[in-house]
Design a protein around this ligand. Structure first.
Ligand code: FES
Length: 146
């Protein structure tokens, strides 16, 4: 089995058995967005404690890449602090998926969850923590994701 096959299997497994799928009651962050090309939506709920991700869940529908990417992202950020989440890049997502040669349409599928996460963090930083400098930087980064 080639490494591409292994990654494909992993993506399908995350698609069929998504980790952290669901909603959180009264989350600190609730953010959703859609892929402009296909209209598929993704929503992420996050609870914050001591500036760390205490819990995260997602719901949505979409292709295997978008759902696997979201599920992997929730695992990646669980328990992590803001600094870690702020520094996540699209390359981290591609590494997670084992996909580095995606076409423009598929890039939007892969990065939808990161975009939702960054916008959610942006809202939290600006509204709850009144940290507009950090928030603006994150917003700028999120809008430049694709
Ligand atoms: Fe809709 Fe991938 S085709 S998110």
């Amino acid at each position: 089995m080639s490494s591409a096959d292994i990654y494909r299997e992993i993506i399908l497994d995350y698609y069929r058995n998504p980790r952290n799928f669901g909603k959180i009651q009264n989350p600190d962050i609730a953010q959703k967005d859609s892929n402009p090309l296909c209209g598929d939506e993704l929503e992420m709920h996050i609870n914050i404690k001591d500036n760390k991700v205490a819990d995260v869940k997602f719901t949505g529908k979409g292709c295997a890449i978008s759902q696997a990417s979201a599920s992997m992202l929730t695992e990646l950020i669980m328990g992590k602090d803001f600094e870690y989440v702020k520094k996540l890049t699209k390359e981290d997502i591609f590494d997670n998926l084992g996909l580095h040669d995606l076409g423009p349409a598929r890039i939007k599928c892969a990065l939808l969850s990161l975009k939702v996460l960054k916008y959610g963090l942006y809202s939290y930083l600006s509204e709850k923590l009144k940290d507009s400098m950090s928030a603006d930087k994150i917003k700028e980064e999120a809008s430049g994701l694709y």
